[in-house]
Design a protein around this ligand. Structure first.
Ligand SMILES: [Zn+2]
Length: 299
């Protein structure tokens, strides 16, 4: 009888372990888990602490950073109100002319006036009386007159952000003195991202945006800056580049005689296709080359 009772106890004990065992295991695992969590939390906090102290510059580092951005304190008058609300016009073409004034610019203005087309001139630093007279006419005729840099020498204007500001201040001053216009838009020589400014374009565009300026690249090129350009090739590039859904900011150069010959034909063709023309202002949403443009064989 005794051995039967003994075996019964053994069986109860076994049953107890079978039923309660998993709960013991779970409890043990839970405790272990909590310890692990606490350990991970502590480690994470330590890492964050180190990162924070790495991120926060020391006093000497802060001084270094603020002195390297010293250009932000230069030219306190070189600011304008940034545009935040942009207007999108349907089927509109924005003709833009770079690198003038030139001996051809007045002929360009005559064609634009004949067809009542408003456009945009991104000018360089020519301060002779004739060039100043042309700049005044650009404004009087209702076009936009805006900077394209004074020297247009890539190695000079893109030497540093400060060098760009030095140049920009000169062309800004020339336009303001000559016409009374305070520019709010401009175009970078070669566009916002190009092989000449790849080292500084992020910092440079950030600085110009901080100052409130809007800069325009283009989505249609007349391809008139090459030696092989002809009247037919320029006309082709314009009419094939303009699209109903495009932004249609057309890059041209009023230093080119070939483009002058193509201009009237292009205007007539596009008017017949139902396009309107307008000048750029900071209310027009800008076309800007994207940052990996260079990798894809940009300018
Ligand atoms: Zn140019």
């Amino acid at each position: 009888m005794g051995s039967v009772r003994f075996f019964r106890h053994v069986i109860y004990l076994c049953l107890f372990f079978i039923v309660a065992g998993p709960y013991f295991c779970m409890a043990a695992l839970y405790c272990q888990n909590r310890e692990l969590h606490a350990e991970i939390r502590e480690l994470t906090l330590k890492v964050l602490d180190t990162e924070d102290s790495e991120k926060a510059p020391s006093r000497s580092e802060s001084r270094k950073i603020s002195s390297s951005l010293g250009y932000q304190d230069k030219y306190p008058d070189l600011y304008c109100s940034p545009q935040t609300a942009f207007v999108k016009k349907e089927k509109t073409v924005y003709l833009t002319f770079d690198d003038g004034p030139s001996r051809f610019t007045e002929s360009y203005l005559n064609i634009l006036a004949k067809h009542n087309v408003k456009a945009t001139f991104f000018v360089v630093g020519r301060n002779d009386p004739k060039s100043r007279e042309i700049m005044k006419r650009i404004v009087d005729d209702g076009h936009t007159l805006a900077p394209h840099t004074y020297s247009h020498v890539y190695s000079t204007v893109y030497a540093s952000v400060e060098a760009f500001l030095d140049d920009f201040s000169k062309i800004h001053g020339l336009i303001y003195e000559t016409t009374g216009v305070k520019p709010t838009i401009f175009r970078f020589p070669g566009g916002t991202v190009n092989v000449h400014n790849r080292r500084i374009f992020r910092e440079l565009s950030a600085e110009m945006l901080r100052r409130g300026y809007t800069f325009f690249d283009w989505d249609v090129s007349a391809a008139d800056a090459t030696k092989n350009a002809t009247m037919a090739s320029v006309l082709d590039s314009i009419i094939n580049g303009v699209h109903e859904n495009g932004r249609n900011i057309v890059l041209m150069h009023d230093t080119s005689e070939v483009t002058l010959k193509a201009l009237e034909k292009a205007i007539i063709y596009l008017k017949n296709k139902g396009y309107a023309f307008d000048r750029l202002t900071n209310e027009v949403a800008p076309v800007t080359f994207y940052y990996n443009y260079l990798k894809e064989g940009g300018v």
